[in-house]
Design a protein around this ligand. Structure first.
Ligand SMILES: *[C@@H]1O[C@H](CO)[C@@H](O)[C@H](O)[C@H]1NC(C)=O
Length: 232
């Protein structure tokens, strides 16, 4: 009993929290952490955000970044994670176009400007074990920048929502960061629907206040929060 209790304690202590300090584009990572990706307030603590209606849900940033990464439309992107992304939950990517007259190195991403380009869904294996794409990896899942995305400067937002405690209100954990990018070779699409952060999520959205055990028999019924995906 004593042994079991200390095992459980140890397991709690190593419960992973994580940050996404480096964007990888077609296999090439930012040279160092937080160069085009804006440093987040949890860079040291690694704590997630639990209330999805706070201002930090947008980029969680403590400062802007110095660099801008060029991203060809159609490129494959992912993020390096500082820790294993071990919690169950979806990974989502959003883009927001920098308005004319503003700079990608200082624009704050406010307003209904964000469109979603990618999300993930759970799978359940024969043993009724639920898994999510890229779960337990030291990086986030790959996504493609839609070919039809118009050229220009954008903020790219990555998010992993940890749902292991999400059956209680404001206990989902949001891990995220935003990168400053320039999209080239793009198309003439009209991305949307557009949403604001905060605003896109409510604490009781069905994909945020959710008991994963209850959907284990029907993983396709999971509803990722936020607007529909724009795939170009
Ligand atoms: C993800 O993309 C990288 C290139 O950025 C590629 O090397 C890797 O094989 C891809 N992984 C998967 C699972 O498709």
């Amino acid at each position: 009993m004593q042994f079991l209790a200390s095992l459980l304690l140890a397991a709690t202590a190593v419960q992973a929290h994580y940050t996404f300090p480096r964007l990888v584009v077609n296999g090439k990572a930012e040279e160092k952490d937080w160069s085009a990706t804006r440093m987040t307030k949890n860079a040291n603590s690694k704590q997630g955000i639990e209330n999805p209606t706070v201002a930090d849900i947008r980029c969680y940033q403590s400062q802007n970044a110095a660099n801008v990464v060029t991203v060809p439309a159609g490129a494959t992107i992912h993020y390096i994670s500082t820790q294993q992304v071990n919690h169950p939950g979806p990974t989502q990517y959003y883009l927001a176009k920098v308005p004319s007259g503003a700079s990608v190195t200082s624009w704050d991403g406010s307003g209904a400007v964000w469109f979603k380009i990618f999300t993930t869904m759970p799978k359940v294996d024969q043993n009724k074990q639920m898994t999510w794409p890229a779960q337990n990896e030291y990086k986030t899942v790959n996504a493609t920048i839609p070919k039809a995305t118009p050229d220009g400067d954008y903020l790219l937002r990555v998010e992993h929502i940890a749902l292991h405690m999400a059956s209680q209100a404001n206990k989902a954990q949001f891990y995220l960061s935003c990168s400053q990018i320039k999209i080239t070779g793009g198309g003439s699409g009209s991305p949307g629907p557009l949403a604001a952060f905060p605003g896109a999520y409510k604490s009781n959205d069905p994909g945020i206040l959710v008991d994963l055990n209850k959907i284990a028999g029907a993983p396709d019924t999971y509803q990722p929060p936020g607007p529909a995906v724009w795939s170009g």
